[in-house]
Design a protein around this ligand. Structure first.
Ligand code: SF4
Length: 139
């Protein structure tokens, strides 16, 4: 609130303030009141379903995957040491696509491993991708 007050006092549009509510079983009922309270105050309010960090949070129930994950067609993640990981949930580099120390982004983007993974997603053959097979993000 203080940040927004200061910004408004300066007659500035920046910083842009966005709130994202992570929807869980125990707070789902608060979605509407959250939206009602904050949409008049901040620049945007969005909602995201809780996920299991590609199987790394075992407390969150795994469900069957129904469709391919769009992330692998629009991004990959560069780790601190230049390795290219499959997605932003792969913070430990469990599915490495290449390495920016020796390859270009173009080469990694069109590389054999990411192409294999895209094909496996198209065929919904998730069991062959350890990182994706128990991910709840895309369901
Ligand atoms: S299915 Fe999950 S782990 Fe696999 S690319 Fe999508 S978000 Fe990442």
């Amino acid at each position: 609130m203080m940040l927004i007050e200061m910004r408004n006092k300066c007659n500035s549009k920046k910083p842009v303030v966005k709130l994202n509510f992570v929807v869980r079983k125990d707070n789902r009922h608060e979605k509407q009141s959250f939206m009602t309270r904050w949409r008049q105050i901040v620049d945007s309010v969005s909602f995201d379903e809780e996920h299991n960090w590609s199987g790394q949070d075992s407390l969150i129930e795994t469900k069957e995957i129904f469709h391919a994950c769009l992330r692998i067609w629009n991004s990959f993640t560069i780790l601190w040491d230049g390795r290219a990981a499959l997605c932003c949930l792969d913070y430990d580099g469990r599915e490495i696509l290449g390495n920016l120390n020796s390859q270009t982004i173009f080469e990694i983007w069109h590389g054999s491993r990411i192409r294999d993974i895209r094909n496996l997603h198209i065929k919904r053959n998730f069991s062959r991708i350890p990182l994706c097979r128990s991910c709840t993000k895309i369901r």
